[in-house]
Design a protein around this ligand. Structure first.
Ligand code: AMP
Ligand code: GLY
Length: 425
C-alpha cells in the first residue's frame, strides 16, 4: 500500500506519524514534507500549489490514496483532478473546499441551513466598508474574504483599528484575498476547534481542541496560524459538545442537500458564547496545530479511517480515543507572523524527544548538509501526552527547554486555561 500526503507542516508530520503506526505498514510519501517527515516517509520536492504537477507525479508513481493537508490544493481542485484519474483522495473537491476558501460562501451556507454564526456583511469598496463601520462601531471584526493563512483577520477593539484593517485589505496587504472584505459582529467567549471525519453522510467527531491564535502570552499580539493547542478542553461540557457535533452534522447534511459530496475533514472553529457555540469559521482540512494533539490520541487505525472516508464507507468505522491529555507548544522563528530569517541551525530536538510522552513534530524545518535548520515561521511543535493536563503541560515545557535556535519564540501559557478551568492553578 502506497499513500501520498500533501503538505509540509507540523500537521503533515503528525498525519504521516499516525499513518506510519498503521497495521497496514503503508509506504509513505510526503510532498514536499519537512525535516521530520523525512524520517518516516520519502519526501517529494514538488510545488503543491500546482495540482497538475501533483497529478503528473501520481500518474508516474501510482499510489492507493492521496491525503491532502493544506487548503490551497483543495480549493484549486486537486481532489477533482484525482477523481478523473481514479485515485481516492482524502479531502473534498473544490465545491466543498469553498467552505474554507470563501468566507462569503460559508456564511451563506450557514444562513441557508440555520447554523449559528456571527452576523456579517461583505464589501467590495473601501467607502462602503468604512460607512458600515461608522454605523456599527467597535468592537468589530474585519476579515479578508479569501485565503490569508489565518492572518487576514483583525479583531478591532476600537474604531481606529477597524478602519486601519479595512484600509490595509483594500490597499492589497492580502493580495486577491483582500479584494472583498467581510465585517463581522464581535462575539465573546472561549474558542474551541472540533474536527470531524466525514464522507458526506456519516460524521465522526474527533476530540475538541483549543488553539491559541495570538502570537503572545495572554492572547495578546497579532493573529497567527496557531501558537499551541491542548485537548481535552474543560470549557466544553457534554451539552456544548453535543451541540457542536450537531452543527457539524447539519453542515454536512446541508452541503449534501446542495449536491456537494464532501469527503475529508470538516473543521469547525467555534466560539462558546453565552448563547451556545457559534461558528467562527469552517476549514476543509485538518487543523494545524490541532492535529498534533488529536491524532496522537487516536487509537483506531488512521489508514482504515482515511480509506473509509475517501470511499464513502465511513459508517463502517468506530473511532476509539485515548483518555490522556495532550499539549503542543509551537516554536516559531523570531519575527513570525511578520518576516523572519530562514536556515538557522536548530539544537536539542533529539533530547526533547527523550522526555517521556514527548514527540516533536516538525513544521518549518529542513535538512541542510545533514543538519536541521529552520525553514518557515512555525518551526517545531513540541507535543506531550500524559494522563493529566498538568503533567502534559510540564512535559511539553521541559522538552521545549532543551531546544534552541537563534530568535526562537513561543508562548509559555499553552494549557494554562485548561488548568485554570480545572481549578488546578
Ligand atoms: P478566523 O480566521 O475567521 O477563525 O479568525 C481568526 C481569529 O479571530 C479567531 O480564532 C478569533 O480569535 C478571532 N475572531 C474571528 N471572528 C471573530 C468574531 N466574530 N468575534 C470575535 N473574535 C473573532
Ligand atoms: N489552527 C488553525 C487552523 O488550522 O486553521
Amino acid at each position: 500500500m502506497r499513500i501520498l500526503v500533501i503538505g509540509g507542516g507540523g500537521r503533515e508530520h503528525a498525519i504521516v506519524s499516525a499513518l506510519s503506526r498503521s497495521a497496514h505498514k503503508p509506504e509513505l510519501f510526503c510532498m514536499p514534507g519537512n525535516g521530520g517527515t523525512a524520517e518516516l516517509a520519502e519526501n517529494v520536492e514538488i510545488d503543491i500549489e500546482d495540482p497538475a504537477t501533483i497529478v503528473a507525479w501520481v500518474e508516474a508513481n501510482p499510489v492507493d490514496l492521496v491525503v491532502v493537508g493544506p487548503e490551497v490544493p483543495l480549493v484549486v481542485g486537486l481532489a477533482n483532478l484525482l477523481a478523473v484519474i481514479g485515485v481516492p483522495c482524502f479531502g473534498p473537491k473544490a465545491a466543498g473546499a469553498e467552505i474554507e476558501g470563501s468566507k462569503i460562501f460559508a456564511k451563506d451556507l450557514m444562513e441557508r441551513h440555520g447554523i449559528p454564526t456571527a452576523k456579517a456583511e461583505a464589501f467590495d469598496t473601501k467607502e462602503d466598508a468604512l460607512a458600515y463601520l461608522d454605523a456599527h462601531g467597535a468592537p468589530i471584526v474585519v476579515k479578508a474574504d479569501g485565503l490569508a493563512a489565518g492572518k487576514g483577520v483583525t479583531v478591532a477593539m476600537d474604531m481606529e483599528a477597524a478602519q486601519n484593517a479595512v484600509k490595509s485589505c483594500f490597499e492589497g496587504e492580502f493580495g486577491e484575498a483582500g479584494e472583498v472584505v467581510v465585517i463581522e459582529e464581535y462575539l465573546e467567549g472561549s474558542e474551541c476547534s472540533l474536527l470531524a471525519f466525514t464522507d458526506g453522510v456519516t460524521v465522526l467527531p474527533m476530540l475538541p481542541a483549543q488553539d491559541h491564535k495570538r502570537a503572545y502570552d495572554g492572547d495578546e499580539g497579532p493573529n497567527t496560524g496557531g501558537m499551541g493547542v491542548y485537548t481535552p478542553v474543560p470549557a466544553v461540557d457534554d451539552a456544548t459538545l453535543a451541540e457542536m457535533v450537531s452543527i457539524l452534522e447539519r453542515t454536512v447534511a446541508g452541503m449534501a442537500s446542495e449536491g456537494i459530496d464532501y469527503r475529508g475533514v470538516l473543521y469547525g472553529g467555534f466560539i462558546l458564547t453565552a448563547n451556545g457555540p457559534k461558528v467562527l469559521e469552517f476549514n476543509a482540512r485538518f487543523g494545524d496545530p490541532e492535529t498534533q494533539v488529536v491524532l496522537p490520541l487516536l487509537k483506531t487505525d488512521l489508514v482504515d479511517v482515511m480509506f473509509a472516508t475517501a470511499e464513502k464507507r465511513l459508517s463502517e468505522i468506530t473511532l476509539e480515543w485515548s483518555d490522556d491529555a495532550a499539549v503542543s507548544v509551537v516554536l516559531a522563528s523570531g519575527g513570525y507572523p511578520g518576516s523572519y530569517t530562514k536556515e538557522i541551525p536548530i539544537d536539542g530536538v533529539a533530547e526533547a524527544g527523550e522526555v517521556p510522552g514527548v514527540t516533536v513534530f516538525h513544521a518549518g524545518t529542513m535538512l541542510k548538509d545533514g543538519s536541521l535548520v529552520t525553514n518557515g515561521g512555525r518551526v517545531l511543535n513540541v507535543t506531550a501526552i500524559a494522563p493529566t493536563m498538568a503533567e502534559a503541560r510540564a512535559r511539553a515545557y521541559e522538552a521545549v527547554d532543551t531546544i534552541n535556535f537563534l530568535g526562537m519564540e513561543f508562548r509559555t501559557d499553552i494549557g494554562l486555561k485548561a488548568l485554570q478551568a480545572l481549578g488546578e492553578v
